[in-house]
Unconditional design. Structure first.
Length: 170
């Protein structure tokens, strides 16, 4: 039997460069204030749009987390709900919604590249997690990888009007 899977996956490994970027960019923004302020958009608009992004991301994150926790308890491969359209919705929610929302809320040009830093860092470390999942779940995960994108939503494959991704019974 394989070793118990790390419940955090590679999340911390891609989050560290993102956090380091944030820790460097925020003081630089305030030291050089108002040089890096996105002045084309009002503070209120930027804050509202940023908050909406963060709210959408947190909602997506929590939805995926509930599915993942149930799957981890059973030891199965989670391929339903958000996992039916992307393999890593926890990471995607952070990279595409939460981090950009924070950058917009700060209204800083220095923070706008932060989602790119997060995406690149995630793509660098993601193969380690996927290799672990391949070892654990074999051909089932291999088929899942072929039919579902890692971070960008994929339209679920249809077979006779039903999703091709195997669904767990709760």
């Amino acid at each position: 039997m394989t070793a118990k899977r790390n419940r955090m996956g590679v999340g911390l490994k891609w989050a560290l460069p993102t956090a380091a970027y944030f820790i460097l960019a925020v003081p630089a923004h305030f030291i050089a204030y108002p040089k890096f302020v996105i002045s084309q958009v009002s503070f209120a608009t930027s804050l509202v749009v940023g908050a909406l992004f963060v709210a959408a991301g947190v909602s997506m994150y929590l939805t995926a987390l509930v599915s993942l926790r149930k799957g981890l308890r059973s030891g199965g491969l989670v391929t339903h709900r958000l996992y039916a359209i992307m393999r890593h919705p926890l990471y995607a929610s952070s990279i595409f919604f939460i981090i950009p929302g924070v950058a917009l809320a700060f209204r800083s040009w220095l923070l706008l590249p932060m989602p790119v830093v997060a995406y690149v860092a995630c793509r660098v470390v993601l193969p380690a997690e996927e290799n672990e999942l391949l070892k654990r779940h074999g051909e089932r995960f291999s088929r899942y990888m072929q039919s579902t994108n890692a971070l960008f939503p994929t339209r679920p494959q249809r077979l006779h009007g039903r999703a091709a991704v195997t669904r767990r019974k709760d």
